[in-house]
Design a protein around this ligand. Structure first.
Ligand code: NAD
Ligand code: DAU
Length: 340
């Protein structure tokens, strides 16, 4: 079995690549190595005879065609993934998340692959005020990231409905764990707390996210790729809903850092209040179960990972011009009393 994984140097992609290699699957990892792609994330498998890396853009037909040679299936994780960046500059999101998915789907159609797994997100449902969204619930994306992801999600489905391509879509919830780039809430909070820097919490901090461990997310994606019914969508929930402020406080306690580091800052535009998805379908039909059902345990282990792996995150944030520039553009005007 040979699988093309796109975005395998990113956060969830790296967990998936490692899982596949350990299961004796041959992997071609096509990754553009954007700011979020980091070869260190897959350094431990890079020398495996089952692993091949192709540096390239999923929007580039030739790179895709080269990488997809003789593959049995394609798993598309490559994407621009940070909501705040999509609000600052949506263009890259429309390009990679939508056009890139189209290029991959065309390649898959030409090659008649045995499966095409499109990694989508629970953000496509938008804010869920009560209960939990099922796969057939209305979709109401509210930011350029989630709208582009929904475009890709439904374009992938259309290749099933129109051309009979065996497409399966997964919609996972907020994911955490080792290797997550430090722009997202959990790694940002851990690292800034370790450095004694203020932690920006948007709005009143009461937005709810449902936390899923990256290992569980990767395993669910692989389960859906192998066993999912073509044309179907599967939610993947962490079943660990938490208000942001509670999560941030938990991390600070874990690090013995003072709560006074918390700073409530101007809210994200169009900030979805609550994400909640029903994942009975992937459990009942495909038998997937999470192995880290308690976000508190998972977060503790994740904090320990970042504490131990300063060598991993320091080059990404400290004296890193691109990161500092992004941080200033994102947060500069957010602090209520000026940049601390
Ligand atoms: P990430 O930002 O950590 O990594 C994205 C990877 O894609 C990087 O390695 C990057 O270099 C690569 N990439 C970006 N543009 C590319 C392009 N044009 N061509 C080739 N490679 C490109 O992302 P992540 O958090 O691991 O998310 C992976 C997937 O899972 C995404 O599709 C995302 O929408 C989805 N998802 C993420 C979460 C989450 O909480 N992180 C939850 C649900 C779904
Ligand atoms: O729900 C799945 C999605 O989860 C994925 O599809 C996205 O790729 C992934 O980035 C994530 O999106 P979020 O916007 O939910 O994640 P983020 O870590 O950016 O924010 C989590 C919550 O924390 C959200 O309510 C906004 C808030 N937040 C975030 C940051 C970066 C803060 O309060 N302060 C911050 O500095």
């Amino acid at each position: 079995m040979k699988v093309l994984v796109t975005g395998g140097c990113g956060f969830i992609g790296s967990h998936l690549v490692r899982r596949l290699i350990s299961q004796r699957v041959n992997v071609v990892n096509l990754d553009k190595l954007t700011y979020a792609g980091n070869p260190a994330n897959v350094a431990d498998v890079a020398r495996s005879p089952r692993y091949r890396f192709v540096k390239g853009d999923i929007c580039d037909e030739r790179a895709v065609s080269r990488a997809a040679k003789n593959v049995d299936g394609i798993i598309n994780l490559a994407a621009e993934t940070h909501v705040d960046r999509s609000i600052l500059s949506p263009g890259a999101f429309v390009r990679t998340d939508m056009l890139g998915t189209y290029v991959l789907l065309e390649e898959a159609r030409r090659r008649k692959v045995k499966f095409f797994l499109q990694v989508s997100t629970d953000e496509v449902y938008g804010s869920v005020d009560r209960g939990a969204a099922r796969e057939d619930s209305p979709v109401r994306p509210t930011n350029p990231y989630s709208a582009s992801k929904l475009g890709a999600d439904r374009l992938a489905y259309s290749y099933f409905a129109t051309y009979g391509l065996p497409v399966v879509v997964t919609r996972g919830s907020n994911t955490y764990g080792p290797n997550q780039y430090p722009e997202k809430l959990i790694p940002l909070t851990i690292i800034r707390a370790m450095l004694g820097q203020p932690i920006p919490v948007y709005g009143d901090g009461k937005n709810v996210r449902d936390w899923l461990h990256a290992e569980d997310h990767a395993r669910a994606i692989w389960t859906a790729a192998r066993k999912g019914r073509p044309g179907e969508t599967y939610n993947i929930s962490g079943r660990c809903p938490m208000e942001n402020i509670r999560l941030v406080r938990t991390i600070l306690e874990e690090l013995d850092a003072p709560a006074s580091l918390i700073q409530f800052v101007r809210d994200r535009e169009g900030h979805d209040r609550r994400y909640a998805i029903d994942d009975e379908k992937i459990r009942d039909e495909l038998g997937w179960r999470q192995t880290e059902p308690h976000a508190a345990n998972g977060v503790t282990k994740t904090v320990q990972w970042y504490v131990a792996r300063r060598d991993w995150w320091e080059p990404l944030v400290r004296k890193n011009e691109a990161f500092n520039k992004y941080f200033e553009a994102q947060y500069g005007s957010r602090w209520k009393r000026g940049t601390p």
